[in-house]
Design a protein around this ligand. Structure first.
Ligand code: PMP
Length: 395
């Protein structure tokens, strides 16, 4: 059989361990406490409100037409209104509606990343994002993260004289660590990026889900008007991921290129989903929804911290996020998280092993837990099961 004539870039399609674990879990039929996926709580999805909006908005044939590539005008308008007065307040010529945050990352790379370009990523990072850069031939440089986010001052040393094309950061309630980039580091990151002429990808899906502490200005706000800052946002975590709607906020000079790139990719973002979100925003539902979500996720994070203290106090440490979905656990007893994953699944609990969050499979002894999708009582049950699985590796 002759070999298929693959493009060179096909070698960069590395796939996502995060998504593959999710697919694996969908196939399991036994009772599993699911700390693996980064989905909003099922109870938090405003399905009743959305279906009432659907009955109205989606009864019109025009809701099934092609949409404007930059986004359906009513959603554009509702989004500008939603962002007014926030750290992400913006203008119409900066906004392009996308098929979720992932498409924002893809559009960025399509426009800015040539094969061999250096892209800085956090370590650990959201590897679906770094995989997008790899799919365009980028070379990645991993920069460690601590409780204050990316250790920005390590950058010059790790770069060793090279200039990155882009710096990819998830500054707020980072996926997977839950860490938030401090204000000082936000300023420093922008300063360094400017000195190198590097783009900054400000990927912030969780910022509106803060349940403790004081909000920080987004990189987009701190870099106001700076064409180097490219903000990627999504409704996936604040409303529902299956809608596949997000947006990018970028220099107006980029909008036509973004439109051209999207026209060569998917023409427009799903119109029925955009109409549902327009109804949700214009109906004034988002704020109340966020207030409820924040309160619930705070309870869930506290439940997870309590259960971890009870069952893992002497053998692990973990991060303490002030919002978002995830905390990051590091085992101190040499346990390998990928081995633990198999045993945990058999015990009826799932997480994502640490190596899934590094393009070079670092973090063998760590894992990500999503506290957001599981009610408190189940969280306790899940962490109890996890300790049972751990004890099978270290009696
Ligand atoms: N960036 C980060 C940091 C994420 O956590 C996610 C979703 N897990 C995305 C981007 C992708 O968002 P979407 O599902 O809207 O494509």
């Amino acid at each position: 059989m002759p070999a298929l004539p693959y493009a060179a870039r096909a070698a960069g399609l590395v796939g996502s361990v995060i998504d593959s674990s999710t697919s694996l879990l969908h196939k399991q039929t036994h009772d599993i406490v699911r700390f693996a996926m980064g989905s909003p709580a099922a109870e938090a999805v405003p399905a009743q409100i959305l279906s009432a909006i659907a009955a109205d908005e989606l009864s019109r044939p025009s809701s099934y037409d092609y949409a404007a590539t930059e986004g359906d005008p009513p959603l554009h308008a509702a989004l500008l209104e939603m962002l007014r007065g926030t750290s992400d307040e913006t203008t119409a010529e900066r906004l392009t509606i996308t098929a979720g945050g992932m498409q924002g990352l893809d559009l960025f790379c399509k426009i800015f990343v040539d094969p061999g370009d250096l892209v800085v990523v956090e370590s650990p990072t959201y590897t679906n994002g770094s995989a997008t850069a790899l799919s365009y031939g980028a070379e990645l440089l991993e920069v460690p993260v601590d409780d204050d986010g990316m250790i920005v001052d390590d950058l010059p040393r790790l770069l060793d004289g090279r200039r990155p094309k882009a710096i990819y950061t998830i500054p707020t309630f980072q996926n997977p660590s839950g860490a938030t980039l401090s204000l000082e580091r936000r300023h420093r990151l922008l300063e360094l990026a400017r000195s190198w002429g590097s783009m900054v990808i400000d990927d912030d899906p969780y910022g509106l889900l803060r349940f403790a502490g004081e909000p920080l200005p987004t990189l987009r706000e701190l870099g106001a008007g700076d064409p180097l800052v490219f903000a990627v946002r999504t409704f996936s975590k604040i409303v529902a991921p299956g809608l596949r709607v997000g947006w990018v906020d970028a220099d107006p000079e980029l909008q036509q290129l973004l439109i051209n790139a999207k026209q060569a990719m998917d023409t427009c973002t799903n119109l029925p989903a955009q109409r549902l979100l327009t109804g949700f925003l214009a109906g004034g539902h988002l704020e109340e929804h966020l207030v409820r979500q924040r309160a619930e996720y705070k309870l869930r994070k506290e439940a997870m911290r309590g259960a971890l203290t009870e069952h893992f106090g002497e053998i692990a440490h973990w991060t303490d996020p002030e919002g978002g979905f995830f905390l990051w656990v590091t085992l101190e007893n040499g346990v390998n998280a990928e081995e633990l994953f198999e045993l945990a699944l058999a015990e009826g609990v799932a997480f994502i092993p640490g190596p899934a969050f590094s393009p070079t499979a670092r973090f063998q002894n760590a894992f990500r837990l999503c506290f957001a999708s599981t009610p408190p009582a189940r969280i306790h049950e899940g962490i109890t099961r996890l300790r049972r699985a751990t004890d099978k590796l270290v009696p």
